[in-house]
Design a protein around this ligand. Structure first.
Ligand code: ZN
Length: 148
């Protein structure tokens, strides 16, 4: 229990340190005003240094953050095939098997195919038993499959 006239550790705005202060008065049982033993300043009682100002809030985004933000936005943009393809390409499991695309083969959603002219493609959706949507680096293409 701190008593008026006694010392208490408080943060001094002038000294910018937690120092011994004399309690000047209390309000509702809480220390209200103190006097710094070091510089003599009288001020409101603060046990600790005030929290640092939130300077990070409006800070401009770093390049990395900007890229991450764009990448996140690309996920919801259905027509941005090149960007989506790029994301998929970068995040794909390198151990995943890439199947050479052939009109005769059957594929499943999430298969990775290699097309002789379109290059690497990600099977997005099986449209019917003979067609599928494949995300290539330039666009999503409806590809035939399972044709005998
Ligand atoms: Zn002081």
């Amino acid at each position: 229990m701190s008593v008026i006239g006694e010392n208490i550790d408080a943060y001094c705005l002038k000294c910018k340190l937690v120092l011994a202060h004399v309690i000047m008065f209390k309000v509702d049982g809480a220390v209200n005003k103190v006097k710094c033993n070091t510089c003599g300043a009288q001020h409101k009682y603060r046990a600790k240094m005030p929290a640092a100002k939130k300077s990070a809030v409006n800070k401009p985004l770093t390049l990395k953050e900007t890229i991450a933000k764009r990448a996140a936005a690309a996920k919801v943009e259905a027509n941005n095939a090149p960007m989506q393809w790029d994301l998929r390409n970068r995040s794909m499991d390198r151990a995943a098997s890439v199947k050479d695309y052939s009109i005769h083969n059957q594929y499943r959603a999430r298969d990775v195919v290699n097309h002789h002219s379109f290059g690497l493609g990600f099977v997005e959706r099986i449209v019917s038993d003979k067609s599928m949507d494949v995300l290539f680096s330039d666009a999503v293409k409806l590809m035939a499959m399972n044709i005998s």
